[in-house]
Design a protein around this ligand. Structure first.
Ligand code: MN
Length: 232
């Protein structure tokens, strides 16, 4: 069973890390062995860590420090966790360099895009166009907006559809897709909802499949695809 690392959230004020159960339950259900990764200090040997993993999930969470894409913080940027940013950006780069299968979820999609040289819009209020409600107040498992997926993309194959409804808990959106990556799904307001990169398996989704798969099994396909790619 492939070992799938899942990055944890870090709560500075409470002095603890945390991870929603949906992530590791999904990996286990998909046939992988989940292992939770705390933010390791800058001196940690990431090469050794990556060598021991078969796959990686960059999980959801707070905002990435805009310094990582060359911007000062705008007023719309929320809470930032420097240790988690540092760890995940370096981990994502190592993973991409070593062709480790990666699934980025919500913040994780933004982290991997930034790590690969793209950027994000710090707040959807500053985004051009008229955004839909992407910070839903419905239950976490409930899909609130539609996405369209590019025909023939890896994601369309995984989800076996080009249109479906997803949940939404983000106030930041990808702006410039990283070189070598491509946009593969959008909501109806033109907000980017998924990206794919080069290599064995590199997929980022803006929604949260880990809170949906128990009610909508199609979302488990994402974790299955990651586990399958990690088994090679
Ligand atoms: Mn959304």
């Amino acid at each position: 069973m492939p070992l799938i690392g899942i990055t944890a959230a870090q709560d500075d004020s409470a002095g603890r890390i945390s991870l929603s159960e949906g992530y590791f339950r999904a990996v286990a259900k998909a046939g992988g062995t989940p292992v939770v990764l705390p933010p390791l200090p800058p001196a940690a040997n990431l090469a050794a860590l990556v060598k021991n993993l078969d796959g990686l999930i960059l999980s959801g969470g707070g905002d990435v420090d805009p310094v990582y894409f060359g911007e000062e913080p705008l007023s719309g940027t929320g809470a930032i966790n420097p240790e988690r940013d540092d760890f995940e950006i370096r981990l994502a780069r190592w993973a991409l360099l070593n062709d480790l299968p990666v699934l980025g979820i919500c913040r994780g999609m933004q982290v991997i895009n930034i790590a690969a040289g793209g950027d994000i819009c710090q707040d959807i209020a500053q985004w051009t166009g008229k955004p839909l409600k992407h910070s839903q107040e419905a239950p976490r498992w409930y899909p609130t907006h539609e996405i369209s997926i590019i025909s023939g993309s890896r994601l369309a194959t995984i989800l076996q559809t080009e249109r479906l409804r997803v949940n939404s808990f983000h106030h930041q959106v990808i702006r410039r897709v990283a070189p070598g990556w491509r946009a593969v799904a959008w909501s109806k307001d033109g907000v980017l909802e998924a990206i794919e990169g080069p290599g064995l398996f590199t997929v980022g989704v803006q929604w949260h499949p880990e809170t949906m798969w128990e009610r909508y099994p199609v979302f488990l396909n994402l974790f299955r695809a990651l586990v399958n790619a990690s088994s090679r």
